[in-house]
Design a protein around this ligand. Structure first.
Ligand code: NI
Length: 182
């Protein structure tokens, strides 16, 4: 396995849509190795998720995992989930604002409205169909990663850029405020 280089905001690969993986290719060594490397890269940099665009590969693959994470100390845990060719359908009209960061936008946080529940249809790493309802933080990460696969970053979803914060200032000025609101 290998830790892959992560593209940062400004690299055109983050703005291009990824192509679906043909189902018969999911189990090939190339795709399995890419998935393993993406998992290792996500864990190395303490990401909650990683999309293939972020590692310079325009395939519709994302990995998600939320364990105890220093970058998201209050986030509920999500077991390792490999998402291939996702189709995401909102199940709530309701949007909820929450803080997001991105390994491609290092050291920044911003408030992003997301649907609180979505249906996720995709393939898993064995090529098997998955059809689940994702809620709350898992739903947020699914929407964030699926956006990446469509060339969209979380900044595009912020209606108000005034909350965009460097992590050092966020820790000082926003973290406590958020806890009061919980
Ligand atoms: Ni991201």
């Amino acid at each position: 396995m290998a830790i892959l280089k992560v593209a940062r905001l400004g690299h055109p690969v983050l703005r291009r849509p990824a192509s679906p993986v043909p189902p018969e290719e999911v189990r090939t060594p190339e795709i399995q190795r890419l998935i393993d490397d993406m998992i290792e890269t996500m864990r190395e940099y303490d990401g909650a998720g990683l999309a293939a665009n972020q590692v310079h590969t325009l395939k519709q693959i994302a990995v998600i995992e939320v364990l105890e994470n220093e970058r998201y100390p209050d986030a509920p845990q999500v077991p390792l989930t490999v998402v291939i060719n996702p189709v995401v359908t909102p199940l709530s009209e309701e949007l909820e604002e929450g803080w997001e960061g991105c390994l491609s936008v290092p050291d920044m946080r911003g408030l992003v409205p997301r649907h609180t529940a979505v249906r996720l249809q995709c393939l898993d790493r064995a090529g098997q169909p998955v059809d689940v309802v994702a809620k709350e933080f898992f739903a947020r990460v699914v929407q964030h990663e699926t956006d990446h696969l469509n060339g969209v970053v979380y900044l595009d979803r912020m209606p108000d850029l005034s909350t965009l914060s460097h992590i050092a200032e966020w820790n000082k000025h926003w973290l406590g405020l958020r806890e009061q609101n919980d």
